[in-house]
Design a protein around this ligand. Structure first.
Ligand code: UDP
Length: 242
């Protein structure tokens, strides 16, 4: 397997074609962005940490039966994925109040929910990724009703698996964002990345933040915190039977 032409460079990853037409080569970069890309920092080591964390989480999800675009880890900062067409929605799942939910409804930080909350945001840099409900997404022909139900169901299953995996690492999964894509044969699969860039994680006991909030709020060193997440996942490694 060889990487060939560059398909695109995103905020944190480079995507390459390969000599297999249905596979893409993903390279995680040492870059952190905040405020929808308005703040950009080079952070040595970040790409390797996110890729390693993402590989552990996707391997776990695959083992538990979630259909994804993940194929295999290639190196500490590279992985192989199936080629998909990304559905332009950020699907957020929340187990407790934080971030935009906390601001919007003025509730206390980490207020727990009886059941997880699923929200959709429309992926658009020009519009600043606005909140979008199911009817709006259907009106804009982004998804149909059946697909929206499928996305919500998959997002909740992913939440359950990730919540349990992080709990083994003594971490509480407060909320996270995922993206889905369609394969060449029109199957919806989990795609993109799951890492401390896209999850809110707090220590189960101390409630200390171990995610990108330390970069957004400038409260700590991103590499130290992401390394801690990776160490905890490695030290609580599960038997994965694929
Ligand atoms: N999130 C993300 N990318 C985005 C926006 C949000 O990965 O462009 C993640 C974020 O890290 C958090 C969850 O989605 O885990 C919910 O984010 P929220 O809506 O609270 O927005 P925020 O306050 O983080 O901007």
């Amino acid at each position: 397997m060889k990487k060939t032409t560059l398909i695109k460079e995103g905020k944190a990853k480079r995507l390459y074609n390969t000599d297999e037409k249905d596979l893409v080569w993903v390279e995680y970069m040492d870059q952190a962005t905040a405020l929808n890309g308005k703040r950009k920092d080079h952070i040595a080591g970040k790409g390797e940490l996110n890729n390693q964390i993402d590989c552990i989480l996707f391997e776990q999800l695959v083992a538990k039966g979630i259909h994804t675009d993940f194929v295999q880890k290639l190196s500490n900062n590279e992985q192989l994925n199936r080629k998909v067409k990304i559905i332009p929605l950020e699907v957020v799942v929340r187990n407790a109040a934080s971030g935009s939910f906390q601001r919007k409804f003025d509730v206390s930080y980490l207020q727990a929910f009886d059941q997880p909350v699923v929200e959709f945001f429309y992926k658009s840099d020009e519009l600043d990724d606005p909140f979008i409900n199911t009817n709006q997404a259907i009106a804009l022909k982004i998804i149909d009703l059946e697909e929206s139900q499928r996305l919500e169901k998959m997002a909740l299953e992913i939440n359950q698996i990730l919540k349990e995996r992080f709990a083994k690492a003594h971490l509480q999964l407060v909320d996270f964002k995922v993206e889905f894509g369609k394969t060449a044969d029109d199957e919806i699969v989990l795609a993109d990345e799951i890492s401390p860039d896209s999850c809110r994680l707090v220590d189960l006991t101390t409630k200390e933040s171990l995610d990108k909030d330390v970069f957004r709020k400038k409260t700590g060193d991103l590499v130290t915190v992401y390394q801690e997440v990776l160490n905890r996942l490695n030290n609580s490694q599960e038997e994965v039977h694929v």
